[in-house]
Design a protein around this ligand. Sequence first.
Ligand code: GNR
Ligand code: NI
Length: 175
Amino acid sequence: MAKLEILEIPDPRLRTVAKPVETFDEALSELVENMVETMYDARGIGLAATQVNVHRRLLVLDVSDAQDTPREYVNPRILEAEGTETCEEGCLSVPGIYADVSRAERIRIAACDRHGNAFEEDLDGMHAVCLQHEIDHLDGKLFVDYLSPLKRRIVMKKLEKARKQAEKNAAKARL
Ligand code: GNR
Ligand code: NI
Protein backbone atom coordinates (compact mmCIF):
# COMPACT_ATOMS: atom_id res chain seq x y z
CA MET A 1 0.00 0.00 0.00
CA ALA A 2 1.12 3.52 -0.65
CA LYS A 3 -0.04 6.98 0.24
CA LEU A 4 -0.73 9.17 -2.79
CA GLU A 5 -0.25 12.92 -3.21
CA ILE A 6 -3.48 14.96 -3.17
CA LEU A 7 -3.70 17.83 -5.69
CA GLU A 8 -4.79 21.22 -4.34
CA ILE A 9 -6.59 24.21 -5.84
CA PRO A 10 -5.64 26.04 -8.12
CA ASP A 11 -3.92 23.02 -9.76
CA PRO A 12 -5.41 22.88 -13.30
CA ARG A 13 -5.28 19.06 -13.24
CA LEU A 14 -8.26 19.18 -10.83
CA ARG A 15 -10.29 20.50 -13.81
CA THR A 16 -9.77 17.35 -15.91
CA VAL A 17 -12.88 15.38 -16.89
CA ALA A 18 -12.14 11.73 -16.05
CA LYS A 19 -12.65 8.88 -18.55
CA PRO A 20 -14.51 5.66 -17.74
CA VAL A 21 -12.57 2.75 -16.25
CA GLU A 22 -12.35 0.05 -18.94
CA THR A 23 -9.85 -2.40 -17.46
CA PHE A 24 -10.66 -4.16 -14.19
CA ASP A 25 -7.21 -5.51 -13.37
CA GLU A 26 -4.75 -5.80 -10.48
CA ALA A 27 -3.58 -2.22 -11.06
CA LEU A 28 -7.14 -0.94 -10.50
CA SER A 29 -7.44 -2.96 -7.31
CA GLU A 30 -4.15 -1.53 -6.07
CA LEU A 31 -5.28 2.01 -6.93
CA VAL A 32 -8.49 1.51 -4.89
CA GLU A 33 -6.42 0.27 -1.90
CA ASN A 34 -4.03 3.20 -2.16
CA MET A 35 -6.89 5.70 -2.45
CA VAL A 36 -8.53 4.27 0.69
CA GLU A 37 -5.23 4.53 2.59
CA THR A 38 -4.72 8.10 1.34
CA MET A 39 -8.29 9.09 2.34
CA TYR A 40 -7.89 7.73 5.89
CA ASP A 41 -4.45 9.28 6.29
CA ALA A 42 -5.83 12.69 5.24
CA ARG A 43 -8.90 12.25 7.52
CA GLY A 44 -11.31 12.66 4.63
CA ILE A 45 -14.66 10.91 4.20
CA GLY A 46 -14.21 10.58 0.43
CA LEU A 47 -11.59 10.73 -2.30
CA ALA A 48 -11.95 10.88 -6.10
CA ALA A 49 -9.25 9.57 -8.46
CA THR A 50 -8.95 13.08 -9.97
CA GLN A 51 -7.57 14.31 -6.63
CA VAL A 52 -4.64 11.88 -6.87
CA ASN A 53 -4.02 12.81 -10.52
CA VAL A 54 -5.62 9.67 -12.00
CA HIS A 55 -8.19 10.77 -14.57
CA ARG A 56 -10.45 7.71 -14.53
CA ARG A 57 -13.97 7.50 -13.10
CA LEU A 58 -13.62 5.99 -9.65
CA LEU A 59 -13.95 7.15 -6.07
CA VAL A 60 -13.81 5.81 -2.55
CA LEU A 61 -15.68 6.99 0.53
CA ASP A 62 -16.34 6.08 4.15
CA VAL A 63 -19.16 7.94 5.88
CA SER A 64 -19.25 5.56 8.88
CA ASP A 65 -18.59 7.00 12.37
CA ALA A 66 -15.99 4.31 13.12
CA GLN A 67 -14.21 4.92 9.78
CA ASP A 68 -14.13 1.18 9.24
CA THR A 69 -16.42 0.79 6.20
CA PRO A 70 -14.59 1.86 3.04
CA ARG A 71 -16.70 1.76 -0.14
CA GLU A 72 -15.58 1.88 -3.77
CA TYR A 73 -17.52 3.18 -6.77
CA VAL A 74 -16.16 2.59 -10.26
CA ASN A 75 -17.89 4.36 -13.18
CA PRO A 76 -20.61 5.79 -10.87
CA ARG A 77 -23.76 7.30 -12.44
CA ILE A 78 -26.67 9.09 -10.80
CA LEU A 79 -29.89 7.47 -12.07
CA GLU A 80 -32.41 9.50 -10.09
CA ALA A 81 -32.27 12.48 -7.74
CA GLU A 82 -34.89 14.12 -5.54
CA GLY A 83 -35.20 16.80 -2.88
CA THR A 84 -32.66 19.43 -1.87
CA GLU A 85 -30.42 19.52 1.16
CA THR A 86 -27.83 22.05 2.29
CA CYS A 87 -24.70 20.82 4.05
CA GLU A 88 -21.45 22.47 5.09
CA GLU A 89 -18.79 20.95 2.84
CA GLY A 90 -15.03 20.80 2.94
CA CYS A 91 -12.54 19.30 0.48
CA LEU A 92 -9.05 17.83 0.79
CA SER A 93 -8.17 19.75 -2.40
CA VAL A 94 -9.41 23.07 -0.91
CA PRO A 95 -7.74 22.96 2.54
CA GLY A 96 -9.16 25.05 5.38
CA ILE A 97 -12.29 26.18 3.52
CA TYR A 98 -15.82 25.19 4.59
CA ALA A 99 -19.04 26.44 2.98
CA ASP A 100 -22.70 25.50 2.58
CA VAL A 101 -23.62 23.71 -0.65
CA SER A 102 -27.10 22.59 -1.77
CA ARG A 103 -27.40 19.20 -3.45
CA ALA A 104 -30.01 16.50 -4.07
CA GLU A 105 -31.20 14.93 -0.81
CA ARG A 106 -31.74 11.40 -2.13
CA ILE A 107 -30.12 9.74 -5.12
CA ARG A 108 -30.18 6.37 -6.83
CA ILE A 109 -26.82 5.43 -8.29
CA ALA A 110 -25.35 2.70 -10.47
CA ALA A 111 -21.67 1.74 -10.26
CA CYS A 112 -19.26 -1.21 -10.35
CA ASP A 113 -16.84 -2.57 -7.78
CA ARG A 114 -13.14 -3.11 -8.57
CA HIS A 115 -13.94 -6.45 -10.23
CA GLY A 116 -16.49 -4.93 -12.60
CA ASN A 117 -19.54 -6.28 -10.75
CA ALA A 118 -22.40 -3.81 -11.29
CA PHE A 119 -24.67 -2.68 -8.45
CA GLU A 120 -27.31 -0.05 -7.69
CA GLU A 121 -27.91 1.80 -4.40
CA ASP A 122 -30.29 4.36 -2.88
CA LEU A 123 -28.37 6.94 -0.87
CA ASP A 124 -29.33 9.77 1.47
CA GLY A 125 -27.75 11.92 4.20
CA MET A 126 -23.95 12.30 4.20
CA HIS A 127 -23.58 9.30 1.88
CA ALA A 128 -25.56 11.11 -0.85
CA VAL A 129 -23.76 14.43 -0.25
CA CYS A 130 -20.31 12.83 -0.41
CA LEU A 131 -21.04 10.78 -3.53
CA GLN A 132 -22.25 13.90 -5.39
CA HIS A 133 -19.16 15.84 -4.20
CA GLU A 134 -16.90 13.04 -5.51
CA ILE A 135 -18.68 12.69 -8.87
CA ASP A 136 -18.19 16.45 -9.29
CA HIS A 137 -14.41 15.90 -8.91
CA LEU A 138 -14.57 13.32 -11.74
CA ASP A 139 -16.19 16.03 -13.89
CA GLY A 140 -13.50 18.58 -12.97
CA LYS A 141 -15.75 20.50 -10.54
CA LEU A 142 -15.01 21.74 -7.02
CA PHE A 143 -17.52 22.69 -4.30
CA VAL A 144 -16.33 26.31 -4.33
CA ASP A 145 -17.70 26.56 -7.91
CA TYR A 146 -21.19 26.70 -6.38
CA LEU A 147 -20.48 29.77 -4.23
CA SER A 148 -21.61 33.27 -5.16
CA PRO A 149 -18.93 35.34 -6.96
CA LEU A 150 -18.39 37.38 -3.76
CA LYS A 151 -17.93 34.32 -1.51
CA ARG A 152 -15.70 32.72 -4.13
CA ARG A 153 -13.48 35.80 -4.20
CA ILE A 154 -13.15 35.73 -0.40
CA VAL A 155 -12.26 32.01 -0.54
CA MET A 156 -9.61 32.52 -3.25
CA LYS A 157 -8.03 35.38 -1.26
CA LYS A 158 -7.94 33.25 1.88
CA LEU A 159 -6.28 30.40 -0.02
CA GLU A 160 -3.73 32.79 -1.57
CA LYS A 161 -2.89 34.16 1.90
CA ALA A 162 -2.46 30.63 3.29
CA ARG A 163 -0.20 29.72 0.34
CA LYS A 164 2.02 32.79 0.93
CA GLN A 165 2.25 31.98 4.65
CA ALA A 166 3.21 28.36 3.88
CA GLU A 167 5.92 29.64 1.50
CA LYS A 168 7.30 31.96 4.19
CA ASN A 169 7.38 29.11 6.72
CA ALA A 170 9.19 26.88 4.24
CA ALA A 171 11.77 29.62 3.54
CA LYS A 172 12.31 30.10 7.29
CA ALA A 173 12.79 26.35 7.76
CA ARG A 174 15.56 26.41 5.12
CA LEU A 175 17.63 29.05 6.97
O1 GNR B 1 -13.51 14.91 3.90
C1 GNR B 1 -14.42 15.43 3.26
N1 GNR B 1 -15.51 15.90 3.93
C2 GNR B 1 -16.66 16.35 3.30
C3 GNR B 1 -17.58 17.05 4.07
C4 GNR B 1 -18.75 17.50 3.51
C5 GNR B 1 -19.02 17.23 2.18
C6 GNR B 1 -18.12 16.54 1.40
C7 GNR B 1 -16.94 16.09 1.96
S1 GNR B 1 -15.82 15.20 1.00
C8 GNR B 1 -14.31 15.60 1.79
C9 GNR B 1 -13.15 14.80 1.21
C10 GNR B 1 -12.94 15.24 -0.23
O2 GNR B 1 -12.40 16.26 -0.54
N2 GNR B 1 -13.42 14.47 -1.15
O3 GNR B 1 -13.32 14.81 -2.43
NI1 NI C 1 -13.29 16.98 -2.43
